[in-house]
Design a protein around this ligand. Structure first.
Ligand SMILES: Cc1ncc(C[n+]2csc(CCOP(=O)(O)OP(=O)(O)O)c2C)c(N)n1
Ligand SMILES: [Mg+2]
Length: 280
């Protein structure tokens, strides 16, 4: 079903708030990853507020859907979305990356409510996501596993090992979403490791691919997820074209903001920027 314009506007307002709150906390703690967090905002929002059957109420139900943020450095946005969804109090975002906090720099499934798989070392959580999908199938769970990867992350060999096995297992309930922002830690993804035709590569590994030209459009993301669910017999990969640092002009497309502390001046400018976009 197509998303109504009202619902889309509501989710966009939520995304704006998420971006402001993430920038605010990263400024306050002077550490963390702004670029990849801003990039994945709509992907997480589409999953947690529209498509994934997961909530604090069913988090212990084995048949729940599972969302795996394999690009774990975007934890600040994951936490902000989980907090909004009611997994823990929003105020606890202030403890991000502090000693003793359950909100560490990368997601930890043991300590953080709502985190399905611990992630951080790129590629590793993706293997666990396939494991969850296979386990769900064996257990007869009517569930989907959504794995979110970065485009630098797909340099990892394990990603392609996972896909070989996913195709072999006909893991059609493993839905991968690539946060395809073209940038990784310290430069353009393609310059650091040329991947050639990424869509063709996924297809060559037996995947159904779905291209989303604007990965910041929640309605388009939801339609792509519906299409992925409709594909039987092979894993689907949604290639969502995004912008690293999306929403803050001077961070957009800049690897310098992958994990750079936000100084006072940049903080004020970032908030002004986000607010201006909301008005425009
Ligand atoms: C195995 C491994 N190698 C290196 C790193 C360091 N690292 C953290 S994030 C990152 C870049 C990731 O880029 P991308 O996947 O494109 O993420 P995004 O652009 O969405 O932030 C790297 C190299 C890591 N976390 N794990
Ligand atoms: Mg990237």
């Amino acid at each position: 079903m197509k998303m109504t314009l009202e619902r889309k506007a509501e989710l966009e307002r939520l995304c704006l708030q998420f971006r402001k709150d993430v920038i605010e906390v990263l400024h306050a703690i002077q550490t963390g990853h702004p670029g990849g967090s801003l990039s994945v905002c709509e992907i997480l929002t589409a999953l947690y507020f529209e498509k994934a059957n997961i909530s604090p109420e069913n988090q212990n139900d084995p048949a729940r859907d599972k969302v795996v943020l394999s690009k774990g450095h975007a934890a600040p946005m994951l936490y902000r979305v989980l907090a909004e969804r009611g997994f823990f109090p929003k105020e606890d975002m202030r403890t991000l990356r502090q000693p003793g906090s359950y909100l560490q720099g990368h997601p930890c499934s043991i300590y953080t409510p709502g985190v399905e798989v611990t992630s951080g070392p790129l590629g590793c959580a993706y293997a666990a996501a396939l494991g969850l999908a296979i386990a769900d199938k064996l257990d007869g769970n009517d569930a989907y596993v959504y794995a979110i990867l970065g485009d630098g992350e797909i340099n990892e060999g394990v990603v392609w090992e996972v896909l070989m096995n996913a195709a072999k297992q006909k893991a059609d309930r493993l839905i991968t979403i690539l946060d395809w922002n073209g940038v990784q830690l310290d430069g353009a993804a393609e310059a650091i490791m040329p991947m050639g035709d990424i869509e063709a590569k996924f297809q060559a590994f037996g995947c159904n691919t779905i291209l989303v030209e604007d990965g910041h459009d929640v309605a388009l993301l939801c339609e792509a997820i519906d299409a992925a669910r409709g594909c039987k017999g092979r894993p689907s990969v949604i290639l969502a074209k995004t912008v690293k640092g999306k929403g803050v002009s001077f961070m957009e497309g800049q690897s310098a903001w992958h994990g750079h502390p936000i100084d006072d001046e940049s903080y004020a400018k970032a908030i002004r920027d986000l607010e201006a976009r909301a008005d425009g």
